[in-house]
Design a protein around this ligand. Structure first.
Ligand SMILES: *Cc1c(COP(=O)(O)O)cnc(C)c1O
Length: 354
């Protein structure tokens, strides 16, 4: 199978192998990973290793804490403002697509969500540049990769307020100066493992500044004090994330992930741009290396192409339900052979049908 799913998505074969072995017999304990207590040394070793991999890959200073929390990235849309934005205060947001606009909606439940930049005027086919963020805003929130629209921030915005990034769909796919961020979050199921756990990396100095009482399970500080063991964490999802992080490091870290994803996405975009039937509307300099979104204008022809993909064992190439078109997701674990196979099929299809 060629797995172009947007999330949950392709994982390294060896991670799947190791995870399935651990379901039957975890580290020769005679117990399943699903059966061990979260406060055992067995699991403490797992979560500590996962945390260490994150710190190493991101080259984080001691000012940052690494948390593994329940819920998807959607939970963070609410948890970020709940912890950082007091009633009456203002936070700045970039509206660059579906996920960012959901984050804005949630933030406005807690304070004022100010849209500092939007790409709505052109159907979210570009990343806004040179916008101003008022200095009284508590933070600026961006979605570093717009999974649905196929845009990516290749240059981080220069701002003088704390920067917060939803990195759900490009986490650990490239080298980033992570110290530019004050808080980063990502659901695991796109580049980091199985659904069910969120990675949250937060600068400690950002916390404890608001008056609102926060329910314990939503309070970052409580999770920091408890080392992500405030309640039963998603044990298995954290285990799969740990294995995936271990794999990323072993393969050569973020430099290698970036090299591979540039190679894959360059091949994909140059092929699509060369074919008369296929149209990618995303501005060239803002195209995502993770999710390529494009169209065949004739809908019948597009459906025919999607059928041919299916017949060639390619899954997940249908665009997001509200956007339509074709979406090819090229996460870390996707082999370059899969992108080559897709490009060959698209080229053949173009020859036959144009
Ligand atoms: C998938 C995704 C989300 C939502 O993740 P859930 O785990 O379904 O809550 C949020 N933001 C981005 C950028 C995503 O790609």
């Amino acid at each position: 199978m060629h797995n172009f799913n947007s999330g949950p998505s392709v994982l390294p074969q060896e991670v799947l192998q190791q995870a399935s072995e651990a379901v039957l017999n975890f580290n020769n304990t005679g117990l399943s990973i699903l059966e061990i207590g979260h406060r055992t040394n067995w699991f403490i070793d797992v979560i500590n290793e996962a945390r260490q991999h994150v710190k190493d890959l991101m080259q984080l200073s001691d000012g940052y804490e690494v948390l593994f929390l329940h819920g998807g990235a959607t939970t963070q849309f609410m948890q970020v403002p709940m912890n950082l934005l007091d009633t009456g205060e203002t936070a700045a947001y970039c509206d660059n697509g579906i996920w960012g606009s959901k984050a804005i909606k949630e933030a406005s439940l807690f304070g004022n969500a100010f849209v500092a930049a939007s790409s709505k005027d052109k159907n979210h086919t570009y990343i806004p540049k040179n916008f101003q963020v008022p200095s009284h805003t508590k933070y600026l929130h961006i979605t570093t990769n717009n999974t649905v629209e196929g845009t990516q921030w290749h240059q981080l915005p220069e701002v003088n307020v704390p920067l917060i990034g939803d990195m759900s769909s490009d986490i650990f796919s490239r080298q980033v100066d992570f110290s530019r961020f004050d808080l980063i979050y990502a659901g695991a199921q796109k580049n980091m493992g199985a659904a069910g756990v969120n990675l949250v990396v937060v600068k400690k100095s950002l916390l404890g500044k608001i008056k609102r009482p926060i329910p314990a399970i939503m309070d970052y500080q409580k999770h920091i004090e408890a080392h992500s063991l405030l309640n039963t964490p998603p044990v298995f999802a954290i285990y799969v994330a740990m294995l995936t992080l271990r794999w990323i490091k072993k393969e050569g870290g973020l430099a290698e992930m970036e090299k591979r994803s540039i190679e894959k996405s360059n091949l994909l975009y140059s092929t699509i741009d060369s074919l008369s039937l296929f149209k990618c509307h995303v501005a060239k300099e803002d195209r995502s290396h993770m999710n390529a979104v494009f169209f065949i204008e004739d809908e019948n022809l597009q459906n025919k192409f999607l059928e041919e993909c299916k017949a060639a064992n390619m899954v997940g190439v249908k665009g997001y339900r509200t956007v339509g078109g074709i979406r090819v997701s090229m996460y870390n674990a996707l082999a370059s052979e899969s992108v080559q196979a897709f490009c060959e099929l698209a080229t053949y299809f173009n020859q036959k049908n144009s």
